[in-house]
Write a protein that binds this ligand. Structure first.
Ligand code: HEC
Ligand code: HEC
Length: 336
């Protein structure tokens, strides 16, 4: 894989040669295996630890009034997000940001839209303590979990030789188990991956034309690699001011809130585009309802081009080929 060209002026859109087979230089790449991803993050994906993490991810005891779990907002049946413009926490509180998917989040350079958490475990300590999300704290949470003999037994199996009794159910182990589960949320097996793997007949002509367009107009400058994004922070509004006529929220300042560097104002982590057809509405503020509209917004504000409706249709067709599988089931189908 070659690194994408630096951001610059985009070339005028001419007739696009549509490649029928991948070459050695494709800017997108297949996903790593769960084992590879776990090793890179120094997490141990022992089945008992993954199981514990899955339980905790779905456990409403992590919220103060026991109504909200991680899965409430990150529903694994709906692309790992919540289908709302902005997240809804306990007591119906609406937050400032759109919920990103947890699928393939393990591959991100950092966590959150502004990257303020360095990894999955650091991220997982946030929502339980955020007043507007789960509104609890780890004194309350560990006390509840230590009281449940079955949970303590799950911790013992997940951390053999470390956990002997309730007192060993600690914040750190809760976060590590959740992070370990999240590493297993990779979604291989998309049609695009099959094409990359050599099954050239698996993509239709509009889809291939969409991929060629994705490279030609410059989407790959930001959306590249195995996650088709997730690797850099980029300003929303590279070529045209996105926020000019809007009322700015604190969250709209993006990465600036973390670094206080003026160059990072309105910069956000480039989202992964895998499974993106399942996670409407779009952008950090959930302001864009459809995928076609999100693609148009990218053309206008990130690349300074008005994409034709043909280009938008092709790009959307291509993006839909990035929907993968999890636990051997297609993500698009409702999971029991
Ligand atoms: C009330 C809804 C809500 C709950 C509950 C919630 N999240 Fe989130 N999650 C969000 C929102 C909104 C963001 C983005 C916040 C930001 O960027 O500041 C987010 C971000 C994330 C991210 C970062 C993804 C990325 O690409 O940057 C991960 C991972 C994640 N949540 C996992 C969890 C886990 C684990 C839990 C449970 C401990 C949890 N979430 C609970 C709404 C929620
Ligand atoms: C300069 C970098 C850059 C370029 C070029 C770029 N994007 Fe983006 N893209 C981003 C960033 C940053 C976001 C998140 C912005 C936000 O949420 O406020 C994003 C968001 C998206 C989203 C919404 C994802 C979600 O989960 O909300 C889609 C879809 C998308 N881009 C597709 C494209 C397409 C298609 C192109 C080419 C036409 C493109 N992008 C070009 C940086 C870029």
């Amino acid at each position: 894989m070659t690194p994408p060209a630096p951001l610059g002026e985009t070339t005028p859109v001419a007739a696009i040669p549509v490649p029928l087979v991948p070459d050695d230089e494709e800017p997108l790449a297949p996903l790593p295996t769960v084992e590879e991803a776990a090793e890179a993050l120094e997490l141990d994906v022992a089945p008992a630890r993954v199981d514990l993490g899955r339980q905790l991810f779905h456990d409403t005891r992590l919220s103060n009034d026991m109504t909200v779990s991680c899965a409430t907002c990150h529903d694994l049946r709906f692309g790992g997000a919540d289908r709302s413009p902005r997240a809804v926490g306990i007591h119906g509180q609406v937050g400032p940001l759109n919920t990103p998917t947890v699928f393939n989040a393990a591959l991100g350079i950092a966590q959150f839209w502004d990257g303020r958490a360095k990894d999955l475990a650091a991220q997982a300590s946030g929502p339980p303590q955020a007043a507007g999300e789960m509104g609890s704290n780890f004194t309350e949470i560990t006390a509840r979990l230590r009281n449940d003999a079955m949970v303590v037994e799950s911790f013992r199996r997940a951390f053999p030789n470390e956990v002997n009794g309730p007192a060993d159910v600690t914040t750190e182990r809760i976060l590590e188990a959740i992070a370990t589960f999240e590493v297993t949320l990779l979604t291989p097996g998309s049609r695009f991956d099959r094409w990359l793997g050599g099954e050239s007949a698996v993509l239709t002509e509009p889809e291939l034309r969409g991929y060629a367009t994705f490279k030609q107009v410059g989407c790959v400058q930001c959306h590249y690699g195995p996650a088709v994004g997730g690797k850099t922070f980029q300003k929303l509004g590279q070529k045209k001011d996105f926020f000019s006529d809007r009322h700015l929220s604190h969250a709209d300042h993006g990465r600036f809130n973390v670094t206080k560097d003026e160059r990072d104002r309105h910069a956000f982590k480039v989202p992964s585009l895998r499974n993106v057809e399942l996670t409407a509405p779009y952008l950090h503020d959930g302001s864009v309802p459809s995928l076609a509209e999100a693609v148009r917004v990218m053309g206008t504000y990130q690349l300074g081009v008005d994409l034709t409706s043909q280009q938008v249709d092709d790009l959307v067709a291509f993006l839909r080929t990035l929907t993968g599988t999890w636990a051997d089931r297609p993500l698009a189908a409702p999971m029991r």
